[in-house]
Every structure is written in structure tokens, then in C-alpha cells.
Ligand binder design. Structure first.
Ligand SMILES: C[S@@+](CC[C@H](N)C(=O)[O-])C[C@H]1O[C@@H](n2cnc3c(N)ncnc32)[C@H](O)[C@@H]1O
Length: 239
């Protein structure tokens, strides 16, 4: 597998590299032409490090979807899985949701970087937002200790069919504990052969595609432009 910004993420935390000392600060501006509201989110990125240190194209798409529903996020309890740099979850926290960002518990540098992404947006981990280690498919104590959840989100976590079932096992467990919750995620199409149907049946889950054509309409933003050459879907999973 190729690491960093390739089409397919690799599972590498990276060792030391120059960009660790000198992260690039990426700005994401969310706005609404109708109300003149806007929110700027700053994400420090380490482009030469592992794939959780860079914001993948799926993340701004999910973040725009949440931004357009920002009024419904207030006081909601939201868990982001495989958060990487955490753009959608950080946006939700800025919109007054109670957010838990999570990433693989065996990647301590990724979790530290995720905390730094929160701090870059004046969110103090542990008080304004939580950052935890949560590994897909493992029923670890971090999973059992979660508070009630209204919404689970993730961006670009279905990047390799070998992880599909692990993610769905965790989601199935959480939706059983939180029956009115939903799992909403962005999925980048990398192969038309990949599908979830059999696994959804196995784990007693249902899925529906959310139309993204209208996202950005109120904000005067063209999501197709943001997606560039990628094909990205927004999907909802529920029980
Ligand atoms: C392609 S990156 C997406 C990151 C971020 N959501 C984004 O869109 O920019 C996949 C993320 O999943 C995390 N991840 C990979 N395997 C995992 C596992 N088994 N459990 C939890 N997180 C995992 C990685 O550390 C990484 O942050």
C-alpha cells in the first residue's frame, strides 16, 4: 500500500519527519449566504505522516452536511469514529454538540494529533470535546464506557473491504445500545466491486443513501467542486 495522500490510505502512523515540526495549517470555511453566518476551522496537517494526519476529501463533505443542519446538532451527543484530523466532529462541537472524537487506540501519535486539531480550534480536549481511543471490531472498555449517543459519524473509514465488518460490528453494538441513533458517514468509491449488503444483513442493519445534490445550496457552495475527481456518497445506517 502507498502511504499519505494516495487514493488508498495506508495503515501507518509514520515515524519522525520534517513536517512533524512544521505542520501545514489548512483552513476550512463554512458559511451561509442567507444568514451571513460563518465558521472557520483550522486543521494542522502532517502530510508526510500516516493517513490520520491529513484531511481526506470525504471529511469536508460530511462537515458541510452537518453545517447545513447545525441548528439540530445543539446538545446532541455525537461520536466520530476513525476521526483522523476530526474536521466533521470539530465542526459539530463548534455548533454546540457534545462530541467524542475517536481513532484507533493503537495509534497514540494520531490521538495526540487529533487533540492538537481540537486545540487549534480553541476546543480543550477533556472539557469542550473528548478524544478517545476506539478500535473498530473490538469490544474494549472504551466502547462500553460511552455515554448515550444520538449520532455516530465517520468520514472515509470504509477505505478497505477488510475493515468493513469491523466497523459494522462496532456500529451494530452501538445502535443496539442507542436504538434511536443513526450512523451517517461519507464513503469514497474506490472500487465498484465493494459492497456492504451481506454484512448489513448479517449485523441486522439497514442502509439508505442520502442525496447530496442539495447540500451547499443555502451556502452557495458547490460540493461537486469540493469533491474534485472523487466519487463520494453520504450513507445512513440504522436498525
Ligand atoms: C482514511 S482515514 C480518514 C480520516 C478522517 N476521517 C478523514 O476523513 O480525514 C481512516 C481513519 O481511520 C482510522 N482507523 C483505521 N483503522 C482503524 C481501526 N481499526 N479502528 C479505529 N480507527 C481506525 C485511521 O487511524 C484514520 O484516522
Amino acid at each position: 500500500m502507498i502511504s499519505g495522500r494516495s487514493n488508498m490510505p495506508s495503515n501507518d502512523e509514520g515515524t519522525s519527519s520534517n513536517d512533524e515540526k512544521d505542520p501545514q495549517l489548512k483552513k476550512f470555511l463554512f458559511k451561509c449566504d442567507q444568514t451571513n453566518q460563518q465558521l472557520e476551522i483550522l486543521i494542522p496537517e502532517l502530510l508526510q505522516s500516516g493517513y490520520s494526519f491529513y484531511t481526506w476529501p470525504c471529511a469536508p463533505i460530511l462537515a458541510w452536511f452537518l453545517w447545513e443542519r447545525r441548528h439540530s446538532l445543539e446538545d446532541k451527543s455525537i461520536l466520530e469514529m476513525g476521526a483522523g484530523t476530526g474536521l466533521p466532529g470539530i465542526l459539530a462541537a463548534k455548533c454546540r454538540a457534545r462530541v467524542i472524537l475517536s481513532d484507533h487506540c493503537i495509534l497514540p501519535k494520531s490521538l495526540t494529533h487529533l487533540r492538537n486539531c481540537c486545540l487549534a480550534n480553541n476546543l480543550v480536549p477533556g472539557s469542550d470535546i473528548k478524544v478517545i481511543g476506539l478500535s473498530w471490531g473490538l469490544l474494549l472498555s472504551s466502547l462500553y464506557k460511552l455515554p448515550p449517543i444520538d449520532l455516530i459519524i465517520s468520514a472515509d473509514c470504509f477505505y478497505d473491504p477488510r475493515v468493513f465488518e469491523d466497523i459494522l460490528v462496532t456500529v451494530s453494538f452501538l445502535l443496539e445500545k442507542n436504538p434511536s441513533a443513526k450512523f451517517i458517514f461519507t464513503y469514497q468509491e474506490r472500487s465498484s466491486d465493494w459492497c456492504f449488503e451481506v454484512l448489513l444483513k448479517k449485523w441486522d442493519l439497514k442502509a439508505a443513501r442520502i442525496n447530496i445534490d442539495d447540500i451547499g445550496e443555502y451556502s452557495g457552495v458547490n460540493l461537486i467542486e469540493i469533491m474534485g475527481k472523487h466519487t463520494i456518497h453520504l450513507i445512513e445506517i440504522y436498525r
